[in-house]
Design a protein around this ligand. Structure first.
Ligand code: CA
Length: 648
């Protein structure tokens, strides 16, 4: 007995000595990113990341704390796996790229706590970033609870933030926050406190010199809560924060993570980009998302939608107006028409069925709005109480699917608690059974679900165009705000901003030019685009703009970053079939000169160039001859934009 204790003590000392001095290094396939993991004093697990030989993430903490076990301190390294190469290859029905590939190196380190309980930390490094997650092995009979995730991200001194704060629970109209509807803090020093105690949302972007870091998460299967970054960060050390009380589907439903084991937690993703190109062309969030199950997804068809509510609000949700919006969608060759809130009361199921038949005859599919209907907000719009409970939900999905409805827009969710994450997963799974596409509004960030559930065509989680119809202050912010989103909210995940107003907003002054708005058809990615125009507005623009709006795609084979800077300007090139759409917007008050080549164009071609006309409410269209490899020089007007269409 005595000998055994001495031996144990001896082993423990050797173990801790060994682990404190051993740094495990995992490199990206190209060798430029190196993730280092080790234990520091008191057995605390930490990591850091080097990029091109310089540290870009300083010593940051790892580990989770359960109600009955602590995996943040007193750990030992029990075993370290061999490094394995992980490759993946998958298709997205809509997104920035149709055919995505992934190549990373993976290593798992098994730690044990002082009670010899194991936890695996799984690390991945690819050429565009690093990621890790936790795994509790072994089968437990009882549900276990995580009360704190100790993961942090130590940004380097001097880094600047490009982050959106997370409003506290119950804030906003009818207590409808948090729903990721806020502006971005841009270029301020790391460590600046969020104005809200709930912290900062993912994706969060940081800049130090020419290195950009983007933090996000994926793999939310309903056994974990959505996470944010804490409000306060000592010296730029941003720690994971869990949701606030109230962000759950009912007072007793899970808020913080709870599950039986084995239990795999979501990926923490750190995109690392030298300049913005790697970030802007990365698909790391979907690369690490849970792959879609094998199934028939042929009912998932990306497209464009007419939508009366954006310009005409609640009173427009009546039979005659919806019929006219179906006519308009058909005329514009758009695939869908969205009927918004209160349709069940103001139109009714029977008349909606008439509208479905009418729309079907014109080649237009109908989408229907729903209230997510919890006690977490006071929004009264109906239909309510159709989605929250599984049996009602299935019955409703069966009913509208049989009516011929193509998809739903479910609005006003209540935050990031685990039960709320499960609710999103449940809706998507049930909608899949009845071949319905899904669009979440008033919602969390998509977190890679668009790969796991291909029927998720888009999500809001953005201070979208509706705000620009509400206040002049929001209209004034549009040029800057829209230049932030391609680098953050929309960099990985579809975004239902509901863009493109080509005329005027009743009672307000739009600050963007009409060509700026036109460019958003390409700059913003969403599986279904709900345009912020009306039939009356569309009648006022030149015929060639209507033709453009009829033909512009919403799903892309590829995306290339041409130029840009968060909040200032962005130029993207997206490919659809043999056509490239190169679009740019200028978020600043001065004219912007840009110069670029199109290396993906193989021959000398004629491009069609749409940009601002003499005023910021007029257009011009011209032909532009481009030679292979030749520089294209363009000027973008203040708050102006352009689209250049080139066929390969
Ligand atoms: Ca909204």
């Amino acid at each position: 007995m005595k000998h055994a204790s001495i031996l144990l003590i001896l082993l423990f000392s050797i173990g801790s000595l060994f682990s404190q001095e051993t740094v495990y290094k995992l490199s990206s396939p190209n060798g430029k990113i190196q993730l280092k993991v080790n234990l520091v004093a008191d057995g605390k697990p930490v990591y850091s990341i080097d990029f091109n030989g310089a540290q870009v993430i300083g010593q940051s903490s790892l580990g989770i704390r359960l109600s009955d076990a602590d995996f943040t301190i007193g750990l030992k390294i029990e075993s370290v796996s061999a490094i394995k190469s992980v490759k993946d290859d998958y298709q997205l029905i809509s997104g920035k790229r149709k055919h995505c590939t992934y190549h990373g190196n993976e290593q798992t380190i098994r730690f044990t706590n002082f009670r010899q309980e194991p936890i695996d930390m799984i690390f991945r490094v690819s050429d565009d970033g690093a990621a890790f997650r936790y795994f509790l092995p072994g089968k437990s009979l009882e549900t276990r609870k995580i009360i704190e995730e100790n993961t942090s991200f130590q940004l380097t001194p001097g880094s600047k933030i490009y982050m959106s704060p997370c409003p506290d629970v119950y804030m906003g109209w009818c207590n409808s926050q948090p729903s990721y509807e806020d502006y971005y803090f841009q270029g301020e020093d790391i460590g600046k406190p969020s104005p809200y105690s709930a912290g900062w949302v993912f994706p969060a972007l940081f800049k130090k010199d020419n290195t950009w870091i983007l933090l996000t998460e994926t793999g939310l299967d309903g056994t974990y809560c959505g996470a944010r970054l804490q409000q306060l960060s000592d010296n730029g050390n941003y720690k994971i924060r869990f949701p606030e009380e109230g962000e759950r589907t009912s007072p007793l439903a899970p808020l913080f993570p709870e599950s039986k084991t084995p239990w795999l937690t979501p990926w923490r993703i750190i995109v690392i980009s030298d300049g913005l190109k790697t970030l802007m062309e990365s698909t790391l969030e979907t690369d690490l998302a849970i792959p879609a199950k094998e199934a028939d997804y042929s009912f998932v068809k990306p497209g464009r939608a007419s939508w009366s509510w954006i310009m005409k609000k609640d009173d427009s949700v009546i039979y005659e107006v919806q019929k006219s919006y179906i006519d308009w969608a058909a005329k514009m060759k758009w695939e869908y028409c969205l009927i918004d809130a209160d349709w069940d009361v103001k139109i009714g199921y029977e008349k909606v069925k008439e509208l479905v038949d009418y729309a079907t005859g014109k080649g237009v599919g109908l989408l229907l709005w729903y209230n997510s209907a919890g006690s977490w907000n006071t929004v009264a719009y109906s239909p309510k109480d159709k989605l929250l409970f599984g049996r009602n939900r299935e019955a409703e999905f069966k009913r509208i699917s049989e009516m011929g409805i193509k998809g739903i827009k479910a609005d006003f969710f209540g935050g990031d608690g685990q039960s709320m994450m499960k609710y999103y997963n449940d809706i998507l799974q049930d909608a899949m059974k009845y071949k319905l596409m899904v669009n979440f509004h008033g919602a969390t960030y998509p977190k890679g679900w668009q790969r796991t559930y291909p029927n998720l065509v888009t999500m809001e989680a953005v201070k979208g165009f509706e705000y620009i119809t509400f206040t002049q202050e929001a209209a004034d912010q549009e040029p800057n705000h829209t230049c932030m989103l391609p680098f953050t909210r929309n960099v990985f995940s579809p975004m239902d901003f509901t863009p493109v107003n080509l005329t005027e907003i009743p009672g307000l002054k739009r600050k963007t030019s009409s060509a700026f708005e036109l460019a958003l058809t390409v700059v913003f990615q969403s599986g279904i685009q709900h345009w912020a125009e009306s039939p009356e507005g569309m009648a006022l623009v030149p015929e060639y703009i209507r033709e453009y709006m009829s033909s512009v795609p919403t799903h892309w084979d590829d995306t290339r970053f041409i130029d840009g800077f968060p909040g200032k300007y962005v130029v993207l090139a997206r490919k659809s079939g043999n056509n490239w759409y190169i679009a740019g917007i200028n978020g600043e008050n001065s004219e912007k000169e840009i110069s670029f080549t199109l290396p993906f164009i193989a021959a000398n071609v004629n491009a069609t160039f749409y940009t601002d006309g003499d005023t910021n409410r007029s257009f011009s269209k011209s032909e532009l001859k481009t030679k292979k490899g030749e520089k294209i020089n363009l000027k973008i007007k203040p708050a102006g934009g352009f689209v250049l269409m080139v066929s390969e």
